[in-house]
Design a protein around this ligand. Structure first.
Ligand SMILES: Nc1ncnc2c1ncn2[C@@H]1O[C@H](COP(=O)(O)OP(=O)(O)OP(=O)(O)O)[C@@H](O)[C@H]1O
Length: 298
């Protein structure tokens, strides 16, 4: 097994009386597209800040590509690119200057070829000489992504990169991030858009109140926690309700089932009960259901 991209062991962090991280253990493998999900205040940003060395944990250890983020800060920082949640910029510089300055933090002086490549990939070339304060919110967010990449880090963490971003930019951003992942970068993503996480992430950790409450492949989470649904429009909805369905006002009755093997007996029972099936639809399990279920159980 190769060196994990990220290794988090027993990490705790307290803000006064508030336990923001209550013992987090986590490993992200190299090359993974990993999702870090959780409700507001679960501790996602705190964990990312600890990885970036911006927050010092009270206990436990964090490593990026084998470098301890406290003891070996410089190397740990060098292998990590973080796209932060908040848009914070110095308004006096233009885009290219910002990226040069960021390169300078990592001791990279002749970085313009790579900067040009990033600008082109993020469709920012035309904005290279534009002052930061003159950019729209979505453009600024692209610059944040560019900034995280100037030092070619193998591990990239994106903290809610698509919050408040329009559909076009969101899709462009995902295309780019997917390409980075295909090129071998490890990606860690936090988002509240569970549909995005479901399509993008191969493995997911769910955090609640500073703890990991679920950690598995996306496929296993969907399999384990979510139920399928069968929606049936019935001439006699009461017959469906008597068989355990939930009726809505429009005459549809929803049945939850765990596997397709349960569908045939259900249809047979509906026929025996004279439910009068008029129309039906199957609903696939989705990550949103899984999330709600996990959070309720935890
Ligand atoms: N600097 C700070 N001082 C005090 N409390 C803090 C500080 N930073 C975070 N917290 C608290 O720690 C908890 C975890 O916050 P964090 O920002 O890590 O959550 P999150 O999962 O990223 O949430 P969101 O989805 O809203 O971004 C919250 O209750 C938050 O109020």
């Amino acid at each position: 097994m190769s060196l994990p991209a990220i290794r988090v062991r027993g990490v705790t962090k307290r803000y006064g009386a508030l336990q923001a991280l209550a013992g987090v253990d986590l490993e992200v493998h190299q090359g993974e597209f990993f999702g870090l999900l959780g409700p507001n205040g679960a501790g996602k940003t705190t964990l990312i800040s600890a990885l970036a060395g911006l927050v010092r944990p009270d206990g436990g250890t964090l490593e990026v590509m084998g470098h301890d983020v406290v003891g070996d800060y410089r190397n740990a920082r060098r292998v990590l690119g973080v796209v932060p949640q908040e848009l914070v910029f110095d308004p006096f510089f233009n885009v290219r200057e910002m990226l040069r300055i960021q390169s300078g933090y990592f001791g990279l002086r002749h970085n313009d070829d790579w900067i040009d490549e990033i600008l082109a990939s993020l469709d920012l070339t035309a904005k290279a000489d534009v002052n930061m304060r003159a950019l729209s919110g979505g453009m600024k967010r692209r610059v944040l992504v560019a900034q995280a990449l100037v030092h070619r880090p193998p591990v990239i963490v994106l903290d809610e990169p698509t919050a408040g971003v329009d559909v076009e930019l969101r899709q462009g951003l995902w295309q780019f991030v997917r390409k980075l992942n295909r090129d071998g970068h490890t990606i860690v993503l936090t988002t509240h858009y569970l549909e995005e996480a479901e399509t993008l992430c191969g493995r997911i950790a769910m955090l609640k109140a500073g703890r990991v409450v679920a950690l598995d492949t996306t496929a296993n989470l969907l399999e384990r926690f979510a139920t399928h649904t069968l929606q049936a429009r019935l001439a006699n909805p009461q017959a469906g309700v008597a068989l355990g369905g939930r009726a809505d006002e429009d005459g549809w009755v929803a049945f939850a089932f765990d596997s397709y093997a349960d569908v045939e007996p259900l249809l047979a029972r509906l026929r025996e009960a004279g439910a009068g099936l008029q129309e039906m639809q199957l609903g696939e399990p989705d990550l949103e259901h899984v999330f709600v279920e996990v959070m309720q159980r935890a």
